[in-house]
Design a protein around this ligand. Sequence first.
Ligand code: GUN
Ligand code: ZN
Length: 429
Amino acid sequence: MPTTKLILGQTLSFTGNPFELGPDAAQHEVHGAVAITNGKITAVGPADQMKATHTQAEITDMGDHLLMAGFVDAHVHYPQTAIIASWGKRLIDWLNTYTFPEESRFGDPAYATDIANKYCDFALANGTTTAASFCTIHPESVDAYFTAAATRNMRMVGGKTCMDRNSPDNLRDTAQSAYDDSKTLIDRWHEQGRATYAITPRFSPTSTNDQLAALGGLWSERPTCLMQTHLSEQHEEIAWVKDLFPNARDYLDTYEQHGLVREGAIMGHSIHLTPREITTMRDCGVTIAHCPTSNTFIGSGLCDVTGLNAAGVTTGLATDTGGGSSFSMLRTMAAAYEVAQLRGDALHPSHLLYLATVGSAKTLGLSDKIGNLAPGNEADLIAINLASTPPIKLSSARANTIWEAIFPTIMMGDERAITDVWIAGERII
Ligand code: GUN
Ligand code: ZN
């Protein structure tokens, strides 16, 4: 008989979408328990009841720590781990000054492996159990990433970044080599263990029509992959796209013309959208990775997460490291709150926690596997100390509800709040 584990603590899960139902979409147990067998969650409920029905279980008592699904970071650049928080002006300047020189190092498998391992460890320390990462144009960077993820048994999404123009010579592929290399990598990694491959044109300014068409063709040959790219992050970028693609109706159309707009497409940022783009994204099942620390750090703008949800566009939350200034999804939730406040909109903690877990899992098409404490899901979960620093402890001590108790951690917390991390039921931190 396989061992069943019972983890006790406060539990938080979602039975619906708080953007539709408000905080009632969440289920909270002050004395709760999660049962895990064979790496999967089998039940979640009140501790007394769960102990009575799981008498043989191996019990871990987390006291009043909050147990919830591990965070899902819907858009990162693991190769930018070492250049996070580099001073810069605007997106294109920042890419040319810091990002491209750093990314050019990833043809070296030893360097790629070192950074991939560091990235995975930083993510886990921050309670991020799944991420969707851009790699570099080098296939070695993809092998390093999925190998580091497999070593930790993490469910991770990633792909070779494709660029055949407007980038340095040593960071350019071609339409054909992007197609060939991506195909080889898909056949090596996609759905191997917990890996999901995402076909990854960086963004329209660095891909020719030929390259976008080749990748659209590849996606139709390998339809279960995801497709990740960037959309409408900065006004200067949008103006550049208009120049580069005079025949496109808008930025989204530069992808749409090449078969890259359909379910499974994840658009990073998506701040400055036209009504046509929003409607098309909703109708086609295209999702958005909201990157608020990046959007403030690079000065990109204030994404209308509430409006996008109201319009029916699935939205997740993402660090966008290293354009984003943190590996922490707590810090990212705080930034999402602040960005929404600047739009006159106060996101509730249930919105923020939903975006960082179920919302991101839906964004990546993985919500039947991860992102929620729900029976049948893989047991990637975290324990959060809601009093991890003296100021957080002082503030949360006044709380009358779980939302008041967790909000100081959302606003001021960091990896010190993440006490334990389970991957597929195994505690690794
Ligand atoms: N647009 C194209 N590439 C990038 C990148 O690496 N970071 C961000 N923030 N935006 C991008
Ligand atoms: Zn990005």
